[in-house]
Design a protein around this ligand. Structure first.
Ligand code: ADP
Ligand code: MG
Ligand code: ZN
Length: 479
């Protein structure tokens, strides 16, 4: 039997909601939420005779993203009608772009697990309007529809099938979200759906040139879900092929509770949508001058900020990369360093303990219960010797859980470091007395027992003894 090694091929379609004040073709508020059907007017509810007027700010935001992803900005692009029938789409068509999108041929750089980098191609970025939202109440024989979201501007960002693993897909998403956030054109909130993605995935024998048949997976509203759903889907496709079957081109839904993807519908083809240029909208022309003006006003982007962190704070490229993938995390970091100017120490705590706790809670730093002031206060009392590094770990978790300050916790729990020589000497003496056998062995040359003694003293003092002092006194007593 020959065993075929498969490789996965992944391409993502991202939808990013733009942070404009008003909707893309009318003056209604584009804000998230609001009482149902209060952000509506004849245009966004598709009343006959109403006419769309393009929002200039939305175009400006789209150009910003195009420039930040090295994409080509088309001097002329077209809006098209994408026809389909669904209760959340009042006009019976969505205004989108099809032939002649606003932008094409870009790329971004993503970090790889082995420390390297990879360029991921961006096929196209186009503008479109969002649909409404349906609510189903199982106890009622009908459903509700909220049109507040219809007409909110979206960018659709289509990648080349350049991604090879679920992790690369998640990293690509992180990079794009960071760029959108740095540009301040999308809040990147996956839970609220303002940043969402459909993942197209296929597998093929490793090294093959042709692409396999793809499935499209929808309904993943966190990075973790994207990775889990793709991992599941790749395995599923392998089993299908190994069982002698063929992958069907279809749309599948990720069920995060069951941890599986399930077939939703056959994949629609472009001709199913009967695209045609929207006769209500003139072609969009963008002058080179406008593009240049926007280019000049671009803010610092993630890669640039990463470079600056390496230079300015002298932290490793890896640290700088992790910290700058989120604008809020990078802001958090810079604020901590301003309050406690030891950049590497700060980055260690953020990359280690803080990110671990946030990940456990599936939280982002913008909802972090621990402020830069609190972290700086803790690092301060660790530096002046009030607490040991070990106790600091405990205090950190406690601050994170309770929101209390470091000094407050130290006082409440009596966690002040023992730096009193007499007290440490006493603890050391007791430990040695209680372990005569180990002392004997140590003296006979089993030197690695030294760590054991240190551990016992730390345990006896509930981690409060100053480790350096413990080392010194132990060495003296054992020699
Ligand atoms: P559609 O809009 O019908 O889904 P697109 O041509 O826009 O079709 O492609 C959508 C995404 O699917 C793109 O990101 C592309 O890279 C990806 N893709 C296309 N073919 C494959 C394939 N065989 N395997 C994995 N991804 C694919
Ligand atoms: Mg698609
Ligand atoms: Zn409106």
């Amino acid at each position: 039997m020959t065993i075929v090694e498969y490789e996965a091929v992944i391409g993502l379609e991202i939808h990013a909601q733009l942070l404009t004040e008003s909707k893309i073709f009318c003056g209604c508020s584009a804000a998230f939420g609001g009482e149902p059907n209060t952000h509506t007017c004849p245009i966004c509810t598709g009343m006959p005779g109403s006419l769309p007027v393009l929002n200039r700010k939305a175009v400006e935001f789209a150009i910003k993203l195009a420039l930040a992803t090295d994409s080509h900005v088309a001097p002329v692009s077209l809006f098209a009608r994408k026809n389909y029938f669904y209760p959340d789409l009042p006009k019976g068509y969505q205004i989108s772009q099809y032939e002649l999108p606003l932008s094409a041929n870009g790329s971004v750089e993503i970090p790889l697990a082995d420390g390297g980098k990879k360029r991921v191609g961006i096929t196209r970025i186009h503008m479109e309007e969002d649909a409404g939202k349906l609510f189903h109440d199982e106890t009622k024989p009908f459903s509700y529809v909220d049109f507040n979201r219809t007409g909110v501007p979206l960018l659709e960002i289509v990648s080349e099938p350049d991604l090879r693993t679920p992790q690369e897909a998640a990293d690509y998403l992180r990079v794009l979200r960071a760029i959108l956030q740095y540009l301040e054109i999308c809040d990147g909130n996956m839970e609220e759906g303002s940043f969402r993605c459909d993942a197209n995935v296929s597998i093929r024998p490793a090294g093959a040139q042709n692409l396999g048949t793809r499935a499209e997976v929808k309904n993943m509203n966190s990075f973790r879900h994207v990775e889990r759903a793709l991992t599941y889907e790749i395995e599923r496709q392998k089993k299908v092929l190994e069982g002698g079957g063929a992958v069907v081109q279809e749309t599948r839904l990720w069920d995060p509770v069951k941890g599986v993807t399930e077939a939703m519908r056959g994949k629609e083809e472009a001709h199913d949508y009967r695209y045609f240029p929207d006769p209500d909208l003139v072609p969009l022309t963008i002058s080179p001058q406008w593009v240049e003006e926007i280019r000049k006003g671009l803010p610092e982007l993630p890669l640039q900020r990463k470079g600056r962190f390496v230079k300015e704070y002298q932290i490793p490229e890896y640290d700088a990369g992790v910290i700058t993938t989120s604008k809020t995390l990078a802001d958090y970091y810079e604020e901590c360093v301003r309050l406690f100017p030891d950049p590497k120490q700060v980055s260690n705590w953020i990359m280690g303990d803080l990110l671990r706790l946030l990940k456990e809670d599936d939280k982002e730093v913008d909802t972090c219960p621990l402020s830069p002031e609190q972290l700086a206060e803790m690092l301060g009392i660790m530096k002046d010797g009030t607490i040991s590094g070990k106790i600091a770990k405990t205090i950190f978790e406690e601050m994170y859980k309770t929101g209390k300050g470091a000094k407050e916790i130290v006082e409440e729990q009596g966690l002040v470091q023992i730096t009193d020589e007499a007290a440490v000497t006493q603890a050391v003496a007791e430990v040695l007395q209680n372990h005569p056998k180990e002392v004997e062995e140590y003296k006979n040359g089993k030197e690695k027992l030294f760590g054991f003694f240190v551990g016992q003293v730390m345990k006896a003092t509930q981690g409060k003894a100053n480790p350096q002092l413990v080392n010194e006194i132990l060495k003296k007593k054992l020699s």
